[in-house]
Design a protein around this ligand. Structure first.
Ligand SMILES: O=C(O)CCC(=O)C(=O)O
Length: 196
């Protein structure tokens, strides 16, 4: 895996495709199962979306493949999900490295695509500007998420709908609660590959 921290693509996806992805997300939302990471109706993960044409064509799109290709060669999809955040404190994600949630020491790159414009007010992402040399010990926080205390530099991202950020599974990131009345939707895909 490259030591690259993160890379923003503004935009990654055009308006027509964003509309399709939102339809996929909303359709799954109205017919969703349970996910242990969910927090009631405030923080919702929807996995296994490959049945939706809009998701499949997004994952195959040249722009996405090129973005992932700047981190890994021969990218392979590892996992994908929508993340929806509605108003409420339970929408918070503390500092974590995605790699801490895996049983195996697998490196991958995440592509977090905004389906709605994101800001600090609606729970946009904050990313570390440094990668710790290892996966840190994560302990349960008040949300029963496993997180750790990161004290290095960071950047808060405000992304338009259709823009995305790619980052390594070792990169600490967090996001605050959504304090607005509108849901904030995102699609996240995770890719493994050969280190560059
Ligand atoms: O969507 C968010 O606000 C953060 C999601 C996240 O950090 C994750 O799924 O690892």
């Amino acid at each position: 895996m490259s030591v690259r921290t993160f890379e923003v693509a503004e935009p990654l996806v055009d308006d027509a495709h964003i509309a399709e992805l939102r339809r996929c997300c909303d359709a799954r939302l109205s017919n969703r199962g349970q996910n242990p990471m969910n927090r009631g109706d405030v923080r919702i993960f929807l996995t296994d979306n490959l049945g939706c044409d809009g998701v499949r064509s997004y994952l195959k799109s040249t722009a996405l493949q090129e973005l992932v290709g700047r981190f890994v060669r021969r990218p392979q999809l590892y996992h994908e999900q929508f993340v929806i955040k509605r108003n409420g404190p339970e929408g918070n994600f503390g500092w974590h490295q995605d790699g801490a949630y895996e049983d195996t020491a697998i490196d991958y790159v995440a592509v977090w695509l905004a389906l709605d414009a994101t800001t600090a007010e609606n729970g946009g992402l904050e990313l570390a500007t440094e990668i710790p040399g290892e996966i840190m010990v994560h302990r349960p926080d008040r949300n029963k998420d496993h997180t750790f205390c990161y004290q290095g530099g960071s950047a808060r991202l405000s992304l338009d709908a259709g823009s995305a950020v790619a980052f390594s599974s070792s990169l600490p990131h967090r996001s605050g609660p959504n304090t607005t009345s509108m849901a904030r939707r995102a699609h996240v895909s995770f890719w493994t590959g050969v280190e560059i």
